[in-house]
Design a protein around this ligand. Structure first.
Ligand SMILES: Nc1ncnc2c1ncn2[C@@H]1O[C@H](COP(=O)(O)OP(=O)(O)OP(=O)(O)O)[C@@H](O)[C@H]1O
Ligand SMILES: [Mg+2]
Length: 271
């Protein structure tokens, strides 16, 4: 499989008070193939979000290389990446759609916002923009009347769909999802996961899927990396890592999870 994303020995240090330095991410390497979906699991504070933010170029690495389609993107400062040609290709879905949606924007405008901002898409006509918003809303099962609403008029599951639609509107080739369903009730979570699995299949999207919940990762990805204290301690095919974890930290993570919601996922994908 052709590598879409190559993360090579990437680290991020944070200066803490008292002169201490935290290695939030420490020499992490991973790849994501075109159309492939890779999971990142680990306990709270293991560096999952810091890694995600570096990959989507919201945060600068202190060391290492990030390549997308063979092109090194770590040298472009995060604050300038918004106008980079590849911004539309690498998008992020955030944990809490309530936090990441502007309360003053109607759903249609929230979804269209990246189209107005991204350098390669700014030239779209208003009609083309509207068509694209409607198309992507349909892809995430958001009924057309919802496009006129404001975020506070939506359910948690609907807001999550808006967050996904916003990330998809620029036709990204890589989606980084940082705990995309963690803020949702379990039943709604299952429907959103089923939606993500379908989108991945239908659109051939590559995903880096971050979660502290191993069951969730197992439903969405084939390959997983396990992070602890900024480092990858184990990686491999998801079933192998789950059924036969090599590292005691992974064994503890696996032992701590309840039974998988897979049966539920298979039958309910609406709402
Ligand atoms: N801007 C920052 N300044 C200082 N320390 C930070 C900063 N951002 C993150 N950290 C620290 O880096 C470490 C990793 O944090 P990170 O948010 O990446 O973990 P995580 O795996 O996403 O955790 P969670 O599961 O709780 O979301 C934590 O110790 C965190 O406190
Ligand atoms: Mg996090």
């Amino acid at each position: 499989m052709l590598n879409l994303l190559e993360v090579d020995q990437v680290s991020r240090r944070f200066a803490l008070r008292g002169g201490r330095v935290l290695r939030a991410v420490d020499a992490v390497s991973l790849t994501v193939g075109a159309g492939e979906s890779v999971g990142v699991v680990g306990e709270s504070g293991s560096g999952k979000s810091t890694l995600s933010r570096m990959i989507v170029r919201l945060l600068d690495p202190t060391e290492g290389t990030i390549r997308f389609e063979g092109e090194s993107i770590d040298e472009v400062p995060a604050k300038r990446f918004n106008t980079h040609r590849l911004r539309s290709a690498i998008q992020m879905v955030f944990q809490d759609a309530t936090d990441s949606l502007d309360p003053r924007l109607r759903v249609a405008d929230a979804i269209a916002e990246p189209l107005r901002a991204l350098p390669d898409l700014r030239a779209l006509s208003p009609a083309a923009r509207r068509d694209r918003v409607q198309e992507v809303a349909a892809q995430v099962d958001l009924a057309a009347p919802l496009l006129d609403r404001y975020p506070h008029q939506l359910s948690g599951g609907q807001k999550a769909r808006v967050g996904i639609a916003r990330a998809l509107v620029s036709r990204p080739r890589l989606l980084v999802l940082d705990e995309p369903t963690a803020a949702l009730d379990v039943s709604v979570q299952a429907t959103v996961l089923a939606l993500l699995a379908r989108l991945q299949r239908e659109l051939g999207l590559a995903m880096l899927f971050v979660s502290h919940d191993l069951n969730v990762v197992r439903l969405i990805t084939r390959r997983v990396v396990v992070m602890r204290a900024g480092r990858i301690v184990e990686s491999g095919p998801v079933d192998q890592v789950f059924q036969n974890p090599a590292h005691e930290y992974t064994q503890a993570l696996v032992a701590a999870i309840p039974a998988p919601p897979a049966a539920r996922l298979a039958t309910r994908e609406n709402h």
